[in-house]
Design a binder for this molecule. Structure first.
Ligand code: PRX
Length: 664
């Protein structure tokens, strides 16, 4: 920090509420505070405002059908096509030359797609998919890094009514196969590789390994050639096709967007839960698209003229809603960046903001913490004056990081929206409307208009302001998941059972439970405290501890394992694995390396344990339940909680000593 900043830092440190500037409010898409009352008084009809941002082929009959909770239906009877809304209508409205996607590769090469370019490629790829045998409702898996072909493939799927199932490119071969098997997906679009910190990574090899484990076989795979001469020289197999060849064959082909029912599936996205099996979250065409578009308009304040950049990966829900569907439905310019924020230098993000004169920037607290650590000289070396609004998502942001972002990136001029939401919610749920509400660093804000959230105790009774409780949502919303793919029962047990009267068909008796802890203040601002289930949040990514545990116990020599999250300066949480070895196997670096490899093979490098701690026993209650809370305390170097209910209390001290020795 420069000397002159000290005074400013001190002032910001004391301030706990920030007002948006008059200039921002004057231009904001939503700036009238009546919107909260309007939504409340006219619920659920008020959600027409979201639907009105889209073009419908067939008007809907009813905004909400809540006759069979929790299987809610939105905009019933309506028909539309998501691709038409994100591409065609802008071309038809005279905006064909507006830039839709600005892409930058890690090495600095750039590609620009106007809406007309996007229209052409999406049509050609949609035609290619049809020729490969993809029919309406077939699930197409997209296992791709941050290349423009990913959003093009998503939109092409949407155009022909084939739900996409994007699998994060950093996931392992096994994770790909698990998701393709669960979704019964027979088509795959992938990539030969991509660049990370300057080096090419072989993605096709991993893909092929995953395909070997797809039980039902695969009808066709399309491979994007990203690496060119840097490629790894794999020959394409019989049912594998080169993306460019397919497009060349189609040359200018057009495909009519199919009219999809509002409730037809737009995509599936697998996310981690408390069991070892990921959950297939189902999102629909009408409700999801309306909601992603509405929140992009109202919260991110995106206008057509804007250059907007969300630095997430499209492999996660944030990228789906706020790189692809929301910004493109609004006809704006969305920026995509392939690589890491510190390649070739730590000013890469700010270089991109300056180069494209980015208006709105949306990122994750984990990234902000890394930027903070690197120092303010990097953003200070670039012209960031184009920025109008900043956002964060994925995990709680502490006030210090919030203020650093506000000051060093936003120059105290840009509102910061801290947006709480989930894969399941489809879009933002709790955050400030930046043109209406003041910001309170550390608190996401009030529920958005039309969202009915409450903090309750274990009995479901509302807790007083300032007290910690459980976050619940009492009314449905258009962007909500409709079910877990092929598993209505798990949908109910995961999200509804806790606080609902599941025998009732009165929607007022149904309460959605996102499995987050939270507290609320006198102004209805909600501070989200983190997950209350066995899910941890590493760098804003959700990982099930059970998934990691089952990978670890699959390693030869491991008898039992317990995984918890421990605080981490940059990642938010890091994976701590406590492992009991099988008789005859030695604790040590060899087994540790195999455990790490086992986790990377089963899930991917993001789940890599920060520490593997060998122990003869795990702390267990008399009934045999592992006391994870104590293991968390150990990981965090915190004072140990109550050990009196343990049958082996002495083990906790032993484990603690080991962790300390390993961290030194
Ligand atoms: O615990 C909450 C945390 O991330 C979880 C959702 O993870 P995922 O489905 O992967 O989606 C991430 C991107 C939307 C939530 O249950 N979370 C997300 N945003 C915030 C947050 N925690 C605190 N503050 C946030 N703004």
């Amino acid at each position: 920090m420069a000397q002159g900043d000290t005074e400013l830092e001190a002032r910001l440190e004391e301030q706990d509420e920030f007002e948006p500037s008059e200039e921002f409010v004057a231009q904001a898409n939503v700036s009238d505070s009546d919107i909260y009352d309007e939504f409340e008084e006219n619920w659920p009809v008020c959600w027409e405002r979201a639907a009105d941002l889209l073009d419908w082929d067939e008007e809907y009959d009813e905004v909400l059908d809540d006759s069979n909770p929790p299987f809610y239906e939105w905009f019933t009877g309506g028909e539309l096509n998501a691709c038409y809304n994100c591409v065609d209508r802008h071309v038809e409205n005279g905006d064909k030359n507006r830039v839709a996607i600005k892409w930058e590769g890690e090495h600095g090469e750039t590609r620009t797609y106007t809406y007309q370019d996007l229209y052409r490629e999406v049509n050609e790829f949609a035609a290619a998919l049809r020729d490969l045998g993809v029919e309406e409702d077939d699930v197409v898996t997209l296992y791709m890094p941050m290349v423009p072909e990913l959003p093009i493939a998503m939109l092409a799927c949407a155009r022909i009514g084939a739900p996409h199932n994007v699998v994060f490119a950093g996931f392992s071969a096994e994770a790909l196969a698990t998701r393709m098997n669960a979704a019964d997906s027979r088509f795959l679009v992938t990539c030969d590789g991509y660049y990370r910190r300057g080096d090419p990574l072989d993605h096709l090899d991993k893909t092929n390994e995953g395909l070997d484990s797809v039980d039902h076989g695969v009808d066709a795979t399309v491979v994007v050639d990203r690496l060119g001469d840097d490629g790894f020289g794999h020959d394409l197999k019989g049912n594998q096709h080169d993306w460019d060849d397919l497009l060349d064959e189609q040359g200018g082909e057009r495909v009519e967007p199919v009219e999809r029912d509002a409730e037809d599936m737009l995509f599936l996205m697998y996310t981690s839960g408390t069991t070892g099996q990921p959950k297939g979250v189902k999102h629909t065409t009408g409700g999801y698209l309306s909601y992603a578009t509405w929140t992009s308009h109202a919260v991110l304040d995106i206008e057509q003229e804007d250059t907007y950049w969300c630095s997430a990966d499209i492999g996660w829900i944030t990228g789906h809603s706020y790189i692809v569907y929301g910004p493109l439905a609004l006809g704006s310019t969305t920026v995509m960046y392939e690589g890491t924020p510190d390649f070739p230098n730590r000013d890469r993000m700010w270089d991109i903001v300056e180069k494209y004169a980015v208006d709105i920037f949306y990122t994750a607290p984990t990234a902000i913490r890394a930027f903070m650590k690197w120092g303010s000289k990097y953003p200070a070396s670039r012209d960031l004056s184009s920025l109008r609004l900043l956002g964060t998502v994925g995990e709680p942001i502490n006030p210090r990081a919030w203020k650093w972002y506000y000051e060093h990136i936003g120059n105290e001029d840009c509102p910061v929206v801290d947006t709480w939401w989930q894969t399941e919610t489809g879009g933002m749920m709790i955050t400030t409307l930046p043109g209406v509400k003041n910001m309170k660093p550390g608190s996401a804000g009030p529920p958005l208009p039309g969202i009915d959230a409450q903090i309750v105790d274990t009995n479901g009774d509302e807790v007083k302001p300032g007290r910690a409780g459980y976050l619940t949502v009492n009314k449905p919303w258009p962007g909500m998941l409709r079910t877990l793919y092929n598993n209505d029962e798990r949908y109910i047990s995961e999200y509804w059972e806790e606080y609902s009267d599941t025998d009732s068909d009165d929607p007022d008796d149904w309460v959605y439970f996102p499995e987050d802890g939270a507290k609320v203040d006198e102004d209805d601002y909600i501070t989200v405290l983190g997950r209350v289930d066995d899910v941890i949040n590493v760098s804003g990514h959700r990982l099930g501890t059970m998934e990691i545990e089952s990978a670890i116990v699959g390693v030869e020599g491991v008898a039992e394992a317990a995984v918890v999250g421990g605080n981490h300066e940059v990642k938010g949480e890091a994976v701590y694995a406590y492992v009991i070895t099988e008789d005859g196997y030695e604790e040590g670096d060899d087994l540790r390396a195999r455990i790490i490899e086992g986790v990377e093979d089963a899930i991917g490098p993001i789940a890599r344990p920060e520490q593997v701690v060998f122990t003869p026993e795990l702390p267990k209650t008399r009934s045999g339940k592992i006391m994870r809370r104590l293991l968390e305390d150990v990981a965090n170097g915190a004072e140990l909680g109550n050990t009196s209910t343990l049958r082996n209390p002495e083990i906790v001290g032993e484990i603690e000593a080991k962790v300390r020795a390993q961290s030194d």
